[in-house]
Design a protein around this ligand. Sequence first.
Ligand SMILES: Nc1ncnc2c1ncn2[C@@H]1O[C@H](COP(=O)(O)OP(=O)(O)OP(=O)(O)O)[C@@H](O)[C@H]1O
Ligand SMILES: [Mg+2]
Length: 289
Amino acid sequence: MVDKIGIIQEIQDTYKIIGRTEELKKIILAHSVGKNILIEGEVGVGKTTLASAVSSYLDSKFYRIDCAEETLTHNLIGYFDPPLVIAKGYIEDAYVYGPLASAMINGGCLFINEINRMPESTQNILLTALDEKILEIPKLRTIRANEKFFVIATLNPSAHVGVTVLGEALKDRFIWIKLEYQNPEEEIEIIKQEVNFDSQDEKIPKIAQEIIQITRNNTSIRRGSSIRGAIDLAALMTQYDNTSSTKNWVDAAVMALYNKIELEDGVNKSKKELITDIVLAVLNKADFQ
Ligand SMILES: Nc1ncnc2c1ncn2[C@@H]1O[C@H](COP(=O)(O)OP(=O)(O)OP(=O)(O)O)[C@@H](O)[C@H]1O
Ligand SMILES: [Mg+2]
């Protein structure tokens, strides 16, 4: 087997990816046997970061689509531009290729961000494209995919609101890679990379990481904070003169985390109280005194 370590190191360096060595290995492995890749994980776990780094590393021809409930087939395939059709008729010059068609023609990578938000009718277009490597464009042409064409998609677990179910048939056509939360040391590195710190603020990223870590394990909280909560909290803290003040930490934590966590039903404390409790518990620990 080819040694992938060099490649992985290069991806980590080029795209400033912290850790994720195992996951990157799996992605490169799946790609080397010609498979399409689906990266699944909680909100903010690094899906987009990893997928876009790998796909732009693997192929300079990189086509991206960010899905929404309104993503229709023409957003994937392309469309005839009405004024051009009037002027020239249904010819190729009047056609604007979408990311799927372009990736198939040019043998590039199609990066589908949040594929679970794509309506089912749009998902169906992908099925034949992935299976038979064929795409039919009515009134224009049939595209046969260049052999280098491949897809990397990201998926949020279906438990969250605003998410449609990804069809079984479509899922069946991908290799699945799951992203879990990274370990505290790596998360601290990510926070340091995202926020500008003075050297005296060494404890800020540590405290911020520990606070979000607790939100993920607290039984009153259904959905804890992603790394984004810690990044926001740490960034706010750098703006206070007194970074040892409990009040400042509580204020910043409420601002940073309020909309990033969801409480379990029937919890008799407010979000603010819970966040305050967590902040106090962390600040009272001996290492942060
Ligand atoms: N391994 C990592 N190395 C460096 N930065 C990272 C890493 N993982 C996540 N990040 C950073 O954390 C933030 C969230 O990551 P990202 O947007 O990739 O998450 P996501 O899983 O796509 O989130 P969502 O589900 O909300 O789309 C970004 O600022 C990103 O730069
Ligand atoms: Mg994302």
